[in-house]
Design a protein around this ligand. Structure first.
Ligand code: A3P
Length: 318
């Protein structure tokens, strides 16, 4: 069976090698597949996920979709804590978030599950299956769309996302003994659309439009809005996922407990996310607006102009 799985990946690696490519951010190349750029490390797995012989959604699946650095870690923790709050007491020291990374509790399809020649048996996961992904809306597995699975999308303003990405990528590159990617070069790559799972704006627009057409299936949230008023958005999330908070729960402070458990301070100080582990790279500042400390006014102007042009007429602001 292992041989069969290896052959499946090999076939997709061959397909990948015939696709247009550009210089990558942490991999040597990124490849263009169905209008988006993928790191070579993840693309074969994405293609395996798209093959219905290897991945079949369940109607009860809940997908957490993001562009890299838009809050995947934070929202994975929140989604897990909300869905499983009857199973695990939030304030307990024994909560899974105290010992596991949010990335293990909401595993990403192409990052954790379909990688390294693996075709996992996801029927083993408890229902509802909580799955993460960076795959753009238009490339999601067909069964996710056909079954009307609930999809939560998290977006973040492109300036902070870029600065977060640049730091993250350079930590990964250092761990791989690669030289740092200069800020200006990374910025040009982003503006050209050639970023991991980018173009960034097209990624957001795909989910944005889907959230307008199928609001019962796609919930579009922003990192900044969660920062500004977490209780409102945690309650929205719970309602969307079909497990709204009762008024007793709200009165007992369950929503606030979840916010505290999933806060930057709490998650980043948990043993599993401490220095020494690559998981630590997912925590830097967790703030809104830090990009002004890195981008020149010219860069900010250019990014804002691209954002305005790309989102024009969509109703989406970032
Ligand atoms: P910064 O680099 O701006 O600090 P992702 O999880 O999608 O990889 O995104 C990582 C970004 O989310 C990083 O942003 C990280 O610090 C921030 N982050 C991680 N955990 C967070 C939390 N619990 N609350 C708020 N932001 C968080």
């Amino acid at each position: 069976q292992q041989k069969e799985e290896e052959n499946t990946y090999k076939r997709y690696e061959e397909t990948m090698s015939s696709l247009p490519r550009e210089k990558g951010w942490f991999t040597e190349h990124i490849y263009r597949h169905q209008g988006f750029w993928y790191p070579s490390y993840y693309l074969p797995g994405v293609m395996v996920v798209q093959d219905q012989n290897h991945f079949q959604a369940h109607a009860s699946d809940i997908l957490l979709a993001t562009s890299p650095k838009c809050g995947t870690t934070w929202f994975s923790a929140i989604v897990f804590a909300v869905v499983n709050r009857k199973l695990y007491t939030i304030s307990s020291q024994k909560h899974p978030l105290c010992t596991f990374s949010p990335h293990d509790l909401v595993p990403r399809l192409e990052h954790t599950l379909y990688i390294n020649n693996r075709i996992p048996d996801l029927d083993m996961l408890p229902s509802p299956r909580l799955l993460g992904t960076h795959i753009p809306y238009s490339s999601l597995p067909q069964s996710v769309l056909d079954l009307g699975c609930r999809v939560i999308y998290i977006c973040r303003n492109p300036k902070d996302t870029f600065v977060s990405m640049w730091h993250f990528i350079n930590k990964i590159r250092a761990a791989m003994s690669k030289s740092p990617l200069p800020l200006e070069e990374a910025f040009d790559m982003l503006c050209a659309g050639a970023s991991d799972f980018g173009p960034f704006w097209d990624h957001a627009l795909g989910y944005w439009r889907a959230s307008l057409h199928r609001p019962q299936c796609v919930l579009f949230l922003k990192y900044e809005e969660m920062k500004a008023d977490p209780a409102v958005h945690v309650e929205r999330l719970a309602k969307f996922m079909g497990c709204p908070f009762s008024s007793e729960e709200v009165k007992e402070g369950v929503v606030d407990d979840i916010i505290r458990l999933c806060s930057f301070e709490s998650l980043s100080s948990s043993e599993v996310n401490k220095p020494g582990s690559m998981l630590k790279f997912y925590f830097r500042q967790g703030k809104v607006g830090d990009s002004v400390n890195y981008l020149t006014s010219g860069m900010i102007e250019r990014l804002e102009q691209i954002t305005e042009n790309k989102l024009h007429g969509s109703g989406l602001t970032l």
